[in-house]
Design a protein around this ligand. Structure first.
Ligand code: TXA
Ligand code: MG
Length: 318
C-alpha cells in the first residue's frame, strides 16, 4: 500500500524528498486533503492536472510553511494582506496576490496573481518544513478529488478518488486523520484596495473585517478563474436536492434537531454548524457508496461557516 499513517519524522522527510524528485503526495490539511507537487516542477504539476482530470488553465494554490515564504511568491503585498496572514495562518485561508517571478504560468493559469496558503495540520506543516529545508519553495495542491467531484476529507477518500490514477511506485498518500474544518479554505483576493472574498470558508467576512478594519467585498462572479466557483462543482454521483420532498430510499442530511423523514436513510446528523461542515463531504460520499440516487439536504441557517456550507450545497445541487 502506498498510504502512510502516523508518519515518523523520517517518513515525512522521505515524502519531502519524493516531492523534490517530482512525485505526487496526497496531503492532509485542516480543510480538505490536497494532491501535492513541487510548485516549481512543471512536469509534476502537469501530473496533478492529469490525475485530477482538471482543465489545464485553472490555477492551483501554493502551500508554504510559514508567512516568511510569502515574499518568495508574491509582490506588492498590501498591508491588510500581511495582517490577515499573520493573524490567520496557519489556517483555512488562501490569499490571492500579485505573483513573483517564481510563480510560473503552470501555477497561475497564466494570470498575474498567485494563491497562497499556510495549512494548519501538524503533519503537513512538518512536511513543508522538510521540503523547505531541501530547497523547495512551495507545494502546489488542489483538493485531491477528480475535477468537479466532492473534496476528500480523509485518506481513504483520497485513495478511492485518485488511487487508480496515481503511480504506486512513486506517489503516496499521507493519512493525517479526518480534516477538522471539512470545507475548502476561504479565498480572498488581495489585489485591490479592499479584500474580496472569492470563495467563502471558515475565515468569515466578519473575521476579515475585524483584522483589516476595511470593508470586505464578496464576489458572486469572480473575474479571475476559480474552479471552485464554477456553477457546478463539489458534486457526488447522487442527485442533491435542497429542502426537497423526501421519497423512500432517499439519503437525508440535516442538523440533528430535524427528524429523519419516514423511509429515508440518514447520512449525517450534525449537532453544530462546525460539525455540519466537518461531516458533509464524507456523508455525501457515504451516500454514493450505498448507491443512493438522491440525497436531500436541509441547509443550515445562520452566518459563519453556514455561509460556506450553503455555497457548496448550492453548487453540488446544480
Ligand atoms: O482548502 C483548500 O483551499 C484546499 C486545500 C488542499 O488547501 N485546496 C483547494 O484547492 O481547495 P482547489 O484547487 O481545489 O481550489 C482552489 C481554488 C481553485 O478554484 C482555483 O481556481 C483558485 O483556488 N485559485 C488558485 N490560484 C488562484 C489565483 N491566482 N486567482 C484566482 N483563483 C485562484
Ligand atoms: Mg477543489
Amino acid at each position: 500500500m502506498f498510504t502512510i499513517s502516523n508518519p515518523s519524522l523520517s517518513a515525512i522527510n522521505s515524502a519531502a524528498k519524493s516531492l523534490i524528485h517530482g512525485a505526487l503526495v496526497g496531503i492532509p490539511t485542516e480543510t480538505v486533503y490536497g494532491l501535492a507537487a513541487d510548485a516549481e516542477n512543471e512536469a509534476a504539476v502537469a501530473r496533478i492536472y492529469s490525475v485530477k482530470g482538471r482543465p489545464q488553465d485553472h490555477p492551483v494554490i501554493v502551500h508554504i510553511g510559514s508567512v516568511e515564504y510569502l515574499n518568495k511568491w508574491a509582490i506588492n503585498i498590501p498591508d491588510y494582506a500581511l495582517k490577515l496572514a499573520k493573524e490567520y495562518w496557519p489556517g483555512p485561508m488562501t490569499l490571492i496576490l500579485g505573483k513573483s517571478k517564481i510563480a510560473m504560468n503552470f501555477i497561475t493559469g497564466g494570470q498575474d496573481t498567485v494563491g497562497l496558503r499556510v495549512p494548519a495540520h501538524v503533519t503537513t506543516l512538518a512536511l513543508l518544513e522538510e521540503f523547505h529545508k531541501l530547497g523547495g519553495n512551495g507545494i502546489a495542491a488542489p483538493s485531491a478529488n477528480r475535477f468537479g467531484a466532492v473534496s476528500p476529507t480523509n485518506a481513504e477518500a483520497v485513495q478511492s478518488e485518485l488511487g487508480e490514477f496515481l503511480d504506486q511506485s512513486r506517489d503516496l498518500i499521507i493519512d493525517g486523520g479526518q480534516s477538522l474544518v471539512g470545507v475548502e479554505s476561504t479565498i480572498i483576493d488581495c489585489t485591490g484596495e479592499f479584500p474580496t472574498i472569492l470563495r467563502p470558508g471558515a475565515i468569515t467576512e466578519e473575521m476579515i473585517a475585524a483584522i483589516t478594519s476595511l470593508n470586505v467585498k464578496v464576489t458572486k462572479q469572480p473575474k479571475i478563474r476559480v474552479s471552485g466557483s464554477l456553477d457546478q462543482h463539489y458534486s457526488p454521483k447522487a442527485k442533491i436536492l435542497l429542502n426537497g420532498n423526501v421519497s423512500i430510499g432517499d439519503g437525508f442530511i440535516a442538523l440533528d434537531v430535524l427528524d429523519t423523514p419516514q423511509g429515508a436513510e440518514r447520512l449525517a446528523s450534525p449537532r453544530t454548524l462546525e460539525d455540519f461542515a466537518r461531516t458533509l463531504y464524507a456523508a455525501l460520499r457515504e451516500g454514493d457508496k450505498r448507491g443512493i440516487n438522491r440525497i436531500v439536504v436541509i441547509p443550515p441557517d445562520g452566518d459563519g461557516i453556514a455561509i460556506a456550507i450553503r455555497d457548496r450545497l448550492a453548487r453540488a445541487a446544480r
